[in-house]
Design a protein around this ligand. Structure first.
Ligand code: IYR
Length: 222
């Protein structure tokens, strides 16, 4: 993977200033339509579409180009059922005991609870794993750098890719996600990062009223 060789940057594409403006504005306008969706149709989704979205995610930059991620696209109904059951067990504990008033208050506008039917209804659960290290064929551990930053960037690209394809998604962060390692039989160098639930929105799907911060609240030029 590492290289001491350089090649010309062949893939860069410059746009004329007006075209650049147009593209920047239209990318924003398109991403602004994205909503996290919690009600999915069981309509099937093409595996090739998911494959392209995953490949787009894996194009992300990463610390020392270690690419410290692994994605499992779960479409098998039996495995989805197992994931839902384990997730709901953890979430019951979360909502009843672990969350605390402040966290529950922060979540109140979203209308979430311990029931996660979307984990069975959506055609794909993309389970994202982070790898703090890899294991070379000789068994030596190779440290990875800026793992959460790298996997966060890859996941952001995945979210954008799924939206761009015309599908809905929910970044689901299970309370105590260790069960994902067990159910999916992942190696011991992986940590569950999040689950991206992917599919068509259910007909008549509702989303909570939320507000995004104004531009001045999120950025400044100096
Ligand atoms: N994992 C729980 C709680 C939850 C936490 C956050 I932070 C959210 O943005 C939404 C939900 C659940 O999924 O219900």
């Amino acid at each position: 993977m590492a290289t001491d060789k350089f090649v010309p940057l062949g893939s860069y594409h410059e746009y004329a200033p007006e075209e650049m403006e147009r593209r920047a504005a239209s990318f924003y306008a398109d991403l602004q339509r994205r909503r996290s969706v919690r009600h999915f149709s069981d309509r099937p989704v093409s595996r090739d579409v998911v494959r392209h979205c995953l490949a787009a995610a894996a194009s992300a930059p990463s610390g020392a180009n270690m690419q410290p991620w692994y994605f499992v696209a779960v479409g098998d109904p039996e495995v989805k059922r197992e994931i839902r059951a384990a997730a709901e067990t953890e979430e019951r504990e979360f909502y009843l005991r672990r969350a605390g008033q402040e966290w529950l208050h922060a979540l109140s506008a979203l209308g979430t609870d311990c029931h996660k039917p979307f984990l069975e209804q959506a055609p794909y659960l993309i389970v994202v794993f982070a790898q703090p290290y890899s294991v070379a064929p000789d068994g030596v551990k190779v440290k990875h750098y800026f793992v959460r930053e790298s996997v966060g960037i890859a996941t952001g690209i995945l979210v954008a890719a799924v939206h761009n394809a015309g599908l809905a998604a929910l970044p689901y962060t299970p309370s105590r996600p260790q069960f994902l390692l067990r159910i999916l039989g992942r190696p011991e160098n992986e940590r569950p990062f999040l689950v991206l639930v992917v599919g068509y929105p259910a007909e008549g799907a509702m989303v909570p009223v939320i507000e995004k911060k104004s531009f001045d609240e999120i950025a400044s030029f100096i």
